[in-house]
Design a protein around this ligand. Structure first.
Ligand SMILES: *Cc1c(COP(=O)(O)O)cnc(C)c1O
Length: 343
């Protein structure tokens, strides 16, 4: 494979900086399974405070955060309502069927966002031949929605509808902090109406490993059992948790550079006649665009030959994700190469 110079494949590609590695090397540690790792405990407290929840639990991945939350909220045979583009439907290896045994009811939202009326319509009646609607899950920001931000008003309405029908509420906040930086609305405000919510430390925040799931003390107590059951309980995990603490202390505000770079990319490539891209859809660090009259796979390959990696999302659709290892000059290079490939 060619050497990759600019990696716009995903914000998971971020590598820990020197300073982050230093903080990790010096972390105080203990046995995390006994809840005795001081660094993990500190990270959990930081995230609980950030999200306005009673307690939090450090986990090895975001997938585990979703799956543990679903397992705590649902019994086998229950139904979880989420947008048709949601991560657990497409990218979690069918884990919902295996771990919680729940089924999923996809909702036909717009760029990953659905409305309270759509939720209302998807909630089952209490007939014995129907699965029981148990949980609604939303994704902030929506990944396959191109980084679209759920407006606070929509969140409030959806959660009110859920509560009216006795459903639990979950937020997959893999990129919640991107929404926070883009809008100025706090993480706690976004999280307020959810029974469970998590953030990913290993995406734009730049830590190498981990997510933190937050909720009530009772919820986290149940989540501890699931973490152990799934083999997610660790030992001296303070080493990796320290990367997460460093990320929360240093890398939140800078997410706005990623958003500016995404916008700069979008503004420049939307001038190419073969590219279809509505600038209004670029809200955070993800740029989704279509190419017309030329195969998207040819563009993806052409970019790769010149050291630029993006993802092919469909026959015409390409995704580029900005993050802390991508500079403004890198974006300039991408704009030029794309222009050459199209001309
Ligand atoms: C990346 C992602 C996940 C999974 O997180 P991992 O840390 O990769 O396991 C879940 N949901 C969304 C929306 C994501 O983008």
């Amino acid at each position: 494979m060619n050497k990759i110079k600019v990696d716009l494949f995903s914000d998971t590609g971020t590598r820990p900086s020197r300073e982050m590695r230093q903080a990790m090397a010096e972390a105080e540690v203990g046995d995390e399974q006994l809840l005795e790792d001081p660094t993990v405990n500190r990270l959990n407290q930081m995230v609980a405070d950030l999200l306005g929840k009673e307690d939090a639990i450090y986990l090895p991945s975001g997938v585990m955060a979703n799956q543990i939350a679903f397992a705590v909220h649902c019994q086998p045979g229950d139904e979880i309502i989420m947008d048709k583009t949601a991560h657990p439907i497409h990218y979690e290896a069918g884990a919902v069927a295996v771990i919680s045994g729940a089924s999923i009811r996809p909702v036909d939202g717009e760029r990953g966002i659905f409305q309270a009326e759509q939720l209302e319509a998807a909630i089952r009646s209490r007939a014995y031949h129907e699965p029981q609607s148990r949980l609604v899950s939303i994704e902030q920001t929506s990944n396959l929605g191109g980084g679209a931000i759920w407006p606070l008003k929509t969140i409030r309405e959806v959660c009110q509808t859920a509560k009216k029908h006795g459903l639990a509420t979950h937020m997959d906040g893999a990129r919640l902090l991107n929404a926070v930086v883009a809008t100025g609305i706090s993480a706690a405000e976004y999280a307020e109406f959810f029974d469970s919510v998590w953030i990913d430390l290993s995406k734009g925040l730049g830590a190498p490993v981990g997510s933190v799931l937050a909720g009530s003390r009772e919820f986290i107590d149940k989540a501890q059992y699931w973490k152990k059951r799934l083999g997610g309980a660790m030992r001296q995990a303070g080493i990796i948790a320290a990367g997460g603490i460093y990320a929360l202390e240093n890398n939140i505000e800078r997410l706005k550079e990623d958003h500016e770079n995404a916008r700069y990319l979008a503004e420049n490539i939307c001038k190419y006649p073969e590219i279809e891209l509505d600038l209004k859809t670029v809200e955070t660090n993800i740029v989704l665009f279509k190419v017309k009259g030329i195969r998207a796979s040819d563009i993806v390959e052409g970019l790769l030959e010149r050291g630029i990696r993006v993802s092919l999302m469909g026959q015409e659709l390409i995704r580029a994700v900005t993050h802390l290892d991508v500079s403004r000059e890198d974006i300039g290079y991408v704009i030029d190469v794309l222009g050459e490939l199209l001309s």
